[in-house]
Design a protein around this ligand. Structure first.
Ligand code: MN
Length: 239
């Protein structure tokens, strides 16, 4: 992906080069959205929780994180990672925060939202299964390089706050995942409110809001095209 390497952070006394700031393009704007943290919600659609062997009635959704440096822009490449033979796609609505807070009320939560995007929570499923079995953290399954493809942001000022609409992923032109945003167990305002009791949210934070059913493996050469009604489209090549 393209990264800004002409940052004003140069020449400020750091003894090694400071890392470039990850960012996302914005639809209808030449401005760029600087990305701070990447949060993700696990098991936020009942049919996906069930396909993963969970019980959505007994186990509420939960959070994990990815590295902001793992973003891949629309039209980019996802290099099949090492140490896995079972990398899966998870198509997700991404929420981008333009304001922060902690202990945010559900009724005020959407005030924090800058816009929305189409994201892929790429997952080394074999490493995740092993981590679950051993009670270990998920980073090696979720936070690896290039694990967070994300489309351009569509500002809430243009599209509002979509609470329903088709979310789908096509693999090589065939539909693999399909759902509706209205099927989320935690709505976007509920996610923001809950997350803000665990972390101090800030401008630049992204939240991947969970995937509907139909997750499955990818292989080198696959073309992934995700779309969310009113929000946008994300095309990624697995290489
Ligand atoms: Mn996910």
């Amino acid at each position: 992906m393209a990264r800004d390497r002409t940052s004003s952070e140069a020449g400020t006394g750091f003894v090694v080069p400071p890392a470039p700031r990850p960012w996302l393009p914005i639809l209808g704007s030449t401005g760029r959205f600087p990305v701070r943290r990447v949060y993700c919600v696990g098991r936020n659609y009942a049919d996906h929780a069930i396909e993963m062997g969970g019980d959505p009635k007994r186990e509420p959704p939960f959070f994990f994180q990815k590295n902001p440096e793992s973003l891949v822009h629309d039209g980019g490449r996802f290099p099949y990672p090492r140490r896995s033979q079972d990398v899966h796609h998870e198509i997700e609505l991404v929420v981008a925060l333009g304001a922060g807070g902690s202990g945010v009320a559900v009724a005020r939560a959407l005030d924090l939202v800058f816009g929305y995007a189409v994201g892929l929570d790429m997952t080394r499923r074999d490493l995740q299964s092993e981590a679950k079995k051993l009670g270990r953290p998920w980073e090696v399954a979720k936070a690896f390089e290039h694990a967070a493809p994300c489309s351009a942001l569509n500002p809430a000022s243009a599209i509002g706050h979509p609470a329903r609409g088709v979310i789908r992923l096509d693999v090589n032109g065939e539909e693999r995942q399909e759902g509706d945003l209205s099927q989320m167990i935690w709505s976007v305002p509920e996610i923001i409110a809950e997350l803000s009791t665990l972390f101090d949210l800030a401008p630049g934070d992204l939240i991947y809001t969970g995937t509907p059913a139909g997750v499955g493996p990818v292989r080198r050469g696959y073309a992934l095209v995700g779309s969310i009604e009113r929000v946008g489209r994300l095309a990624i090549a697995v290489v």
